[in-house]
Design a protein around this ligand. Sequence first.
Ligand SMILES: [Zn+2]
Length: 219
Amino acid sequence: MTTIYIRSAETRFREEIVEFGRSIFERGLTAGSSGNISVRLADGWLLTPTNACLGRLDPARISKLDWSGKLVSGDPPSKEAFLHRSMYEERTGAGAIVHLHSTHSAAVSCMSGLNEADCIPPLTAYYVMKIGRLPLISYYRPGDQALGEAIRGHARKHSAVLLANHGPVVSGASLEAAVYATEELEETAKLFLLLRAANPRTLNDEQIAELKSVFKLEV
Ligand SMILES: [Zn+2]
């Protein structure tokens, strides 16, 4: 007799977090135990644990939280849980969130003179399509809950924000979408740094309006 094993949605999401975490870590997009990944569930949400290396996650030990922030099961959650919660509460369509201290995005987050309403220029169509406008959130010390409120102020209008002297927080309809958008942001931050002395030609307002219309972008 054949036993049919049906994996629950939660089991699949746990495995996806482990796979994407390993991929992110192995390509140097995060280092040590920095960065965290979350996924929305029907009855709460999953988040990578505190002090966990994204390259070596155990699906059974991923933290499961309820919407009050209480730990339901697994290891204690990342201390940056409140960043994710603020974003989910404002973006009810977000299915997953990725927060990294990835080098090029973090480098841009430390630059002075950025346009705080939109801190990376529209260099490519894919950046406009996956990220759109990227607000810069002021610096807060690690653990300062006021950062959650600052994110809340921008999250309804923006799927991604850049935390000053820290790194990006990127949401997506699925974990795959959030990871790919985070990678697009990191690559565009790299282009921005390469080109900053070169007076680059960016997409103009007409080209951005065309992208918004053709691809029905919300930004
Ligand atoms: Zn962080």
